[in-house]
Design a protein around this ligand. Sequence first.
Ligand SMILES: [Zn+2]
Length: 173
Amino acid sequence: MRMGCSCCAGLSRRHFLGMGLGAAALGLAPVAFAAGGDSEFMLLSCMDPRLVHEVHEQMEARRLRGEYSQVALAGGPAAAVAPAFQKWQYAVWENLGATIKLHSIKRVFGLTHLDCSAVKIAYGEGAVSTPERERGTHLSILRAFRLQVTKRHPTLGVETGIMSLNGSIEMIG
Ligand SMILES: [Zn+2]
């Protein structure tokens, strides 16, 4: 395994240090100090590599560049509500709280996607075994997500959607 190899780990560290120096040389502020400036919303989406580009394309198409902060975790909104992902939930809600404070967001947008392995892991094969069941599972994840957001941040707007593998988004709720 690459992760367990000390020589590669050393190379990796040097690589990242090099990147850091490069950023400093270009006059880029470290991420921690780059915060500030209001954003319209936080996007919570899945980390699935098949859809990373599509998610950004959808935001671009809506002229939302620079208008949102983003948290990407396996399952997206499922990471915030699935009992199987309980250990991740603290990170989701803490990050939401942080972007409310740092960027004055007004809404959160929870985006799941079809054929999501994380949803399968969290809810079982049976929950996604037919298109109808899969849709029902996503509707219930997104409903639970909307409830959790409203419970924690009553004044925050919450929107949810399901992305298809072709990148189109169906808004839900
Ligand atoms: Zn996924």
